[in-house]
Design a protein around this ligand. Structure first.
Ligand code: AMP
Length: 358
């Protein structure tokens, strides 16, 4: 596949009809709030779907895109970019979009996409991601170099595993050997005990008012906790010892999200972590742009450990279609989908879309 250049994207943007921009995304994940938010800001919307448009959009008229583009496979999007460019389309990536299309395909798609595509190279490999986050000075769970060094609970994560699928906990090397799939590449991380907080941020390189960074501002738009099957309800069956005796293991497959707020006294730490991550990203690859999420465990010492970063809109923002207890203090009725549309509108009006689209 030919690599797409910044010049190519800038040229496309130059040819776009600024009064007729279409916001498009794949019909899944956070598409309802992306379309809902874009419509509220006066944009046209387009949903990309495999086969027939999903019927559930009929049930949600305020979030139903104005039109659909049906494809037989996600790769077909790559062949139909001219059609989308003719509609002055801006693509909004979300987790499923990038996963279904593949990170490499997404990185080379010949259409303007919201955010900095260079971030893909920094988050798709756990070692490189660790360089970014630890380099930023953000505390992470300890990395265990080899199974021989396991001397307490560790989380075993397969490379590229999505939504926690296949992860397992091992407390010693015997348990590790019992469950490991030796064909897979894995990563061993200290299992951090505490409560999970998935912190949603928005970094605007354009904004000057608010929590200011070296360039632009940082917003805290919300937070959630994922619900994971079966870990979150496993203890309905019995005590940890009873479960272990019965050979029942926790699994970590994400099934949904619940809203959450944090002790207010911890907000300075939340901003400090977000700030460090953004500043380091500016230094490493020109900055991540727009929404991102730090996935953390907060220990009983009130220390955050960041076990993952997601550098685009996360599904944990879905409970906040009308705003969160934090975004409500920025602007009423502000979903992350709408926040993205506002950023695009602002960049368009300032004549600098190329600052937030790559
Ligand atoms: P991830 O795919 O990295 O987002 O992880 C999936 C789930 O595994 C998370 O939502 C957590 O419940 C759990 N998890 C991941 N890493 C850790 C860790 N180091 N300590 C405790 N739980 C973790």
């Amino acid at each position: 596949m030919t690599e797409v250049t910044a010049d190519h994207i800038h040229k496309l943007i130059d040819e776009y009809d600024m009064d007729d921009i279409t916001i498009a995304t794949v019909c899944s994940h956070t598409s309802l709030q992306i379309f809902h938010g874009a419509k509220k800001e006066g944009f046209k919307t387009l949903g990309i779907c495999i086969g027939e448009p999903p019927r559930f959009y009929d049930a949600f008229p305020l979030a139903k895109p104005d039109s659909f583009m049906s494809v037989d496979s996600y790769e077909e999007i790559l062949e139909r970019t001219d059609e989308l460019a003719d509609k002055s389309t801006i693509l909004i990536p979300h987790g499923s979009f990038v996963e279904y299309l593949g990170a490499e395909n997404f990185a080379n798609i010949r259409l303007p996409t919201f955010g900095n595509r260079k971030v893909l190279g920094w988050e798709s490999d756990r070692q490189i991601e660790r360089k970014w986050l630890e380099g930023a000075g953000v505390p992470m769970p300890r990395k265990i170099k080899s199974p021989e060094e396991i001397n307490g609970p560790v989380m075993v994560k397969y490379q590229g595993a999505k939504g926690g699928k296949g992860y397992f906990i091992a407390k010693n090397i015997t348990e590790f050997n019992e469950s490991i799939d030796s064909k897979e590449v894995y990563d061993l991380q200290e299992f951090v005990l505490g409560t999970r907080y998935y912190l949603h941020y928005f970094y605007s390189p354009l904004s000057g008012d608010g929590y200011r960074l070296s360039q632009g501002t940082l917003e805290l738009t919300g937070m959630d906790r994922r619900v994971e099957s079966n870990a979150d309800e496993i203890f309905r069956l019995g005590s940890p010892t009873e479960l272990e005796e019965a050979g029942i293991q926790p699994t970590f497959v994400v099934t949904g999200n619940v809203p959450l707020v944090l002790r207010e006294s911890l907000l300075p730490k939340v901003f400090e972590m977000g700030e460090k991550v953004v500043e380091k990203s500016i230094e490493l690859f020109g900055g991540l742009i727009g929404s991102f999420c730090l996935e953390t465990v907060l220990t009983d010492e009130l220390e955050f450990k960041v076990f993952e970063i997601s550098a685009r809109i996360v599904a944990g923002t879905n409970p906040y279609i009308n705003g969160s207890p934090y975004s409500e203090l920025i602007q009423p009725d502000l979903s992350t989908g709408r926040r993205i549309a506002i950023e695009i509108k602002k960049a368009r009006d300032m004549g600098c879309l190329e600052k937030i689209l790559t």
